[in-house]
Design a protein around this ligand. Structure first.
Ligand SMILES: NC(=O)c1ccc[n+]([C@@H]2O[C@H](COP(=O)([O-])OP(=O)(O)OC[C@H]3O[C@@H](n4cnc5c(N)ncnc54)[C@H](OP(=O)(O)O)[C@@H]3O)[C@@H](O)[C@H]2O)c1
Length: 288
């Protein structure tokens, strides 16, 4: 099987490169830029991959509020071209989306299913929802995976994640203030990568919610990071209003995992287990 991996230097892309078998072509952005749509179509036509995985995205949630054209270009319009081009060669497209397609229904407190009506509250969320819509309507063989709170080790320089940020701030300041009214499921990039690898070995195309198991808030996530690393950091819970980020975030981002569970050889681990393994691999777990 020949796989073309786009965004292979990001958090998810780096985890995928470690897991994908067969022939894997993983150009960096200088070799394949999704915004150069003619070049992308030409490369697909020449390479004829069986599977194309799009792990690239415009991810700057707050900045997107000020540059919606760029967010929609990267997360929606180029994805439309990509979906058409992959369909034209009879390939399978794996596209990654986000919990930020939800948020409009603030009363929701049940894990969100693939059949629940999305309703984004930010430019980023709206652009990602548009992108997944193009994939679902234009490429017959598709897997669209919505995930949440992704963290992993990116080969690309300068790509931090919430875990790294908390460890850095905790060590520097001894105290952090973290939002406690946004519910989420932190998800290790390596677990999402495993789910993708298993999915593409089959033909159960469609939309999937893919996260680690369980749920917490960003504040709960921070507390667990410091507990596992045995760092004496004071964690102060604050509200989203107090944090005052430019973009709104969903208050409830817990995605239901029943559908993906039926497709995997074993369920994805609980988020606390995944976090402990991630910290252990980074030499940050306190085993005392
Ligand atoms: N991070 C999260 O918390 C989170 C949560 C939910 C869903 N997601 C989704 O999960 C997916 C993977 O996210 P991630 O955190 O792994 O992303 P990431 O670490 O930011 O990596 C994105 C990669 O895409 C590349 N890229 C960006 N624009 C490109 C373009 N026009 N052409 C080619 N490559 C381009 C980047 O290249 P450079 O290295 O050159 O910048 C980078 O290697 C995305 O679809 C994202 O929306 C992320």
């Amino acid at each position: 099987m020949r796989t073309l991996l786009i965004g292979g230097r990001g958090q998810l892309g780096t985890a995928l490169r470690a897991r994908l078998a067969g022939e894997v072509i993983a150009p960096d952005r200088s070799q394949l830029d999704l915004t150069e749509t003619a070049g992308v179509a030409a490369q697909l036509d020449q390479l004829r991959p069986d599977v194309v995985i799009n792990a690239a995205a415009y991810n700057l949630v707050d900045r997107a509020e000020d540059e919606p054209e760029l967010a929609f270009l990267q997360n929606a319009l180029v994805v439309r071209h990509l979906a058409r081009a992959v369909d034209a060669i009879g390939g399978t497209l794996v596209h990654v989306s986000t919990d930020h397609v939800f948020g409009l229904d603030g009363a929701l407190r049940q894990p969100l299913r693939e059949t629940d009506l999305p309703g984004p509250v930010s430019v980023y969320g709206a652009s990602k929802l548009a992108g997944e819509g193009f994939v679902r309507s234009l490429c017959a063989r598709h897997f669209v995976l919505r995930t949440c709170g992704l963290y992993g080790v990116a080969e690309s320089p300068g790509k931090g994640n919430f875990v790294a940020t908390m460890l850095r701030l905790g060590r520097q300041q001894g105290e952090v203030r973290v939002v406690d009214d946004q519910h989420c499921t932190p998800t290790r990039a390596d677990d999402l990568a495993r789910a993708i690898v298993e999915l593409v070995s089959g033909v159960d195309y469609g939309l999937y919610h893919v996260t680690n198991a369980g749920a917490t808030t960003w504040c709960g996530f921070a507390r667990e990071i410091f507990r596992l690393a045995a760092l004496p950091v004071k964690v102060t819970p604050i509200t989203s209003a107090e944090f005052a980020a430019k973009a709104r975030r969903p208050a409830w981002s817990v995605l239901a995992g029943e559908r993906i569970a039926t497709r995997l050889s074993q369920p994805l681990p609980h988020w606390t287990t995944a976090l402990a393994e991630y910290l252990a691999a980074r030499g940050e777990l306190n085993r005392g």
